[in-house]
Design a protein around this ligand. Structure first.
Ligand code: AMP
Ligand code: MG
Length: 401
């Protein structure tokens, strides 16, 4: 449809001018799950010295193939003496290779008799030795800016003896619910009312995407109250999100309030679900909060969060890898046809010997949140297309935060 806009254009508008938040120094323990604000150089070789990969005997390879006296014992954590040629050292995994030795023979291949040990012939130099600096060389870049500090990266930092790093501050987010029909769980449900599903769902997603603890509130249904709620949210947050009430032509206080406080752009996207999307900016003193107005349908919120909120969090965190979703090809486990809008179907991925199978919940209506349960990916079905079981389809992988 000519008058509908693309996801890419809306995303570019949303991310335009977004700079990563300032850095803060945190202990490595507190930095788990955070994004590095500056590259970390290696100042140590890892491993820091040649060491044994096995329990066995260290020797000069020229002495292999015969009986050798065991002249010393080197456990992990001990420094050995220079090795006398014609002898070997009893050595344990992680033990430092003594000067003069250049290979290790695993103990299972040796025969022990008295103070001597029989070493098989033709042991190549370097065998079973983990070389100094094999993993990391001092002076190299250990981790780049923008690295997400997950398990292996934390191990790498510890391998350098590092205790503190500079990471990006977490984006502060305020999540506001609109809709007179929306009631919080814990309250009784009156006629015509529904519980607020979007709030816990989006809060959880935003926290997975790296947000600081998300403040939530409901917007009162009047112009002045709405403006005050949005102004307060903008002062404390980097991102202000509303749900509901962005359908074009709807009488709505959020749009008027965002326009009064800053600027607002209404988008009509050529996608299903999630056609209406409001993007804006809310200046507040020394900073400017980004505004995102998602439609009220829980499925639209789920899809909108992955397509728009995750990249926005990524841009604020300086995490390049978060600004796009990984794409993969799968076989459709369903038939479908699309109209003028691109369909983002929620699919569960099954990894089979024949490849990846994408299975869709039977009802893909935007009001049916069941379709998001167990969704590992969004299958992107182009406009005006017909997909049959077994066809190859493109999926956006909803992998992690
Ligand atoms: P709207 O975008 O305001 O027109 O809302 C679209 C649909 O989503 C309506 O059926 C609303 O009742 C529903 N809806 C809006 N907000 C929520 C919410 N927080 N939780 C569950 N459903 C909602
Ligand atoms: Mg509404």
């Amino acid at each position: 449809m000519a008058d509908l806009q693309s996801v890419e254009a809306a995303l570019a508008a949303l991310l335009e001018g977004v700079r990563p938040l300032p850095a803060q120094r945190l202990s490595c323990q507190q930095a788990a799950g955070r994004v590095l604000a500056e590259a970390v150089p290696a100042h140590l070789d890892v491993p820091p010295f040649d060491n044994s990969a096995m329990d066995g005997y260290a020797l000069h390879h020229g002495d292999a193939g015969g009986w050798l006296e065991v002249s010393q014992r080197i456990a992990a954590g001990a420094a050995g003496e220079p090795l006398t040629r014609g002898t070997c050292a009893r050595i344990f995994t992680g033990g430092a290779i003594p000067p003069g030795a250049d290979c290790v023979v695993m103990q299972e291949r040796c025969d022990i008799e008295g103070a001597g040990v029989h070493i098989p012939a033709e042991i190549p130099a370097g065998d079973n030795i983990r070389r100094r600096g094999r993993d990391v060389s001092a002076g190299d870049e250990l981790l780049p800016t923008g690295e997400l500090l997950e398990a292996a990266a934390l191990g790498h930092l510890a391998g350098q003896g590092i205790t503190e790093v500079a990471v990006r501050r977490r984006p502060r987010v305020v999540l506001l619910s609109t809709g007179d029909e929306i009631v919080d769980p814990g309250q009784p449900l009156g006629p015509g009312q529904i519980y607020n599903s979007n709030r816990p769902m989006l809060k959880r997603l935003l926290e997975r995407f790296g947000a600081d603890e998300v403040r939530v509130a409901s917007i009162p249904d009047d112009a002045e109250g709405t403006r005050r709620a949005l102004a307060a949210a903008a002062r404390e947050a980097n991102v202000v999100i509303t749900t509901g009430g962005v359908s074009v032509g709807e009488e709505d206080h959020v749009k008027a309030a965002v326009e009064a406080l800053g600027q607002l752009d209404l988008w009509r996207l050529a996608i299903r679900p999630g056609k209406p999307l409001a993007l804006g900016r809310l200046p507040a003193g020394d900073h400017e909060a980004r505004f995102v107005g998602l439609p009220g349908n829980p499925v639209s919120c789920f899809v909108g969060a992955w397509l728009f909120l995750r990249p926005l969090m990524g841009a604020l965190l300086g995490a390049q890898s978060m600004t796009t979703l990984p794409r993969l090809s799968a076989r459709a486990g369903f038939d479908t046809t699309t109209g003028p809008r691109q369909h983002y179907m929620r699919v569960a991925l099954e990894f089979t010997h024949e490849g990846i199978l994408a299975k869709a919940f039977r009802d893909q209506n935007s009001g049916v949140l069941s379709s998001c349960i167990g969704a590992d990916a969004l299958a992107v079905i182009p406009p005006e297309s017909r997909i049959e079981v077994g066809d190859s389809i493109d999926c956006l992988w909803l992998s992690g935060g």
